[in-house]
Ligand binder design. Structure first.
Ligand code: NGS
Length: 235
């Protein structure tokens, strides 16, 4: 493993460079479990990858979507990226046939999660683990930056994908199985339903092209690249 949590196979050349972006705040135990599990998992698949931990500091509520957008923008300045996988820290793939690569459409990888009895809770669900080619993510202007607090940013992302006439791929639910580690509930975003109602009118001006944040540092640690950011509704 190279510094920054980067790895590539020696026996062959992977056809894409994958970056795994993981939003993070105050979950040290899960971070340790995630890293131990994922490095081993990805290396078995001979993926050329980097694991990026996007840590949010400051007083604002957690903003999963904006952390993903910041991670995407910052890493592209550091290296070439073909495929980006947005990954919740509490989800572990149970099956080696879940391939960490991108396809010709965005992919919802975590289609069958243990805490939902391995069933999709609703057909438009697009949370957990999502894979995008770089151009696909640019097309939809990334995630919305407006969702501070739990919920809704993934539903907003789903709408963006369909608005741009892309489709979401999923593997069969017998294959795409993920184990969810337990955690305390996060404070919910009371504005999420209102935001969702107007999401289609906002996508052009709210996303990758409207990011305002403070990047405190980027550090290549032995097992991951750490990006510490302060996100504030007031910036
Ligand atoms: C929906 C949320 C999504 C969330 C999903 C599953 O209700 O953001 O539940 O959540 N949408 C809204 O709140 C509008 S989970 O049980 O995995 O934490 O992803």
């Amino acid at each position: 493993l190279k510094i920054g949590g980067v790895w590539s196979p020696e026996s062959c050349q992977s056809h894409e460079k994958v970056v795994i972006i993981v939003p993070y705040r105050n979950r040290t135990d899960q971070l340790m479990a995630f890293l131990r599990y994922m490095h081993w998992f990805l290396q078995r698949q001979l993926v050329h990858y980097r694991i990026v931990i996007m840590q949010q500091t400051g007083r604002a509520l957690f903003n999963r979507g904006m952390l993903m957008n910041v991670g995407f923008s910052e890493i592209k300045q550091l290296q070439h990226v073909d495929c980006v996988i947005f990954h919740d820290i509490d989800l572990l793939p149970e099956n080696d046939r879940i391939l960490y690569r991108c396809e010709n459409m965005p992919k919802h990888m975590s289609a069958a999660v243990s805490s939902f009895h391995y069933k999709l809770p609703y057909s438009n669900m697009f949370g957990g683990v999502e894979a995008f080619k770089v151009a696909q993510f640019h097309t939809i202007n990334g995630f919305s930056n407006s969702y501070f607090g739990w919920g809704g940013e993934d539903d907003d992302l789903y709408k963006r994908v369909y608005l741009h006439r892309l489709e979401i791929l999923r593997d069969d639910q017998t294959l795409a199985r993920y184990y969810m580690m337990t955690h305390a509930d996060q404070p919910k975003n009371p504005k999420r339903f209102d935001l969702l109602k107007k999401s289609t009118s906002r996508f052009e001006t709210d996303g990758l092209n409207s990011l305002v944040y403070k990047c405190l540092y980027i550090e290549e640690r032995p097992f991951f690249t750490l990006i510490l950011v302060d996100l504030d509704e007031m910036f």
